[in-house]
Design a protein around this ligand. Structure first.
Ligand code: ATP
Length: 134
């Protein structure tokens, strides 16, 4: 099977680079499955998982939004933050989840609800990916 080159890049530097059989992720327009030869496209990504299928394994990368650029032999993901499943600090994500939930439960006027909701999404996404729930 022909492979496709994938790189995941953040402002802090590259996070993942490999040849894979298929890249799957959820764009804002819906689920995407990308194989070698896919038509060129650019799509915004949600907070979620990028699944990278190889011959004998599937790897997961958590992405906190960003963009996906597809060329026939290459996929580039530009994300504000991204971590492979192995890199995720579970205790940190658990703390971030609790903090966001406390802010949302507090109903105080000075809480930026939208910001807390997005932080909660990032934390839950990291926890799900660390437990390979995708
Ligand atoms: P926190 O409140 O714990 O900082 P956050 O969701 O606000 O979480 P981000 O702003 O998305 O964090 O990310 C800041 C940097 O920290 C990025 O480089 C990101 O990859 C890294 N990061 C955040 N949470 C984790 C985690 N649980 N494990 C590993 N790296 C993380």
């Amino acid at each position: 099977m022909k492979t496709i080159h994938v790189s995941v890049v953040t402002p802090d530097g590259p996070v993942y680079e490999s040849e894979v059989e298929m890249v799957s992720t959820r764009a804002q327009s819906g689920e995407l499955g990308i194989l070698h030869g896919h038509i060129p496209m650019v799509a915004p990504l949600q907070i979620g998982a990028v699944r990278l299928k190889k011959a004998s394994s599937t790897e997961l990368v958590a992405v906190s939004g960003g963009f996906l650029e597809v060329r026939p032999d290459k996929v580039t993901i530009l994300a504000q933050a991204a971590e492979t499943a192995e890199e995720i600090d579970v205790a940190r994500a658990e703390e971030a989840r609790k903090r966001a939930e406390m802010r949302l439960d507090s109903k105080q006027d000075d809480v930026d609800v939208k910001r807390a909701e997005i932080a909660l999404k990032r934390a839950v996404n990291r926890l799900d990916i660390s437990q390979r729930k995708f």
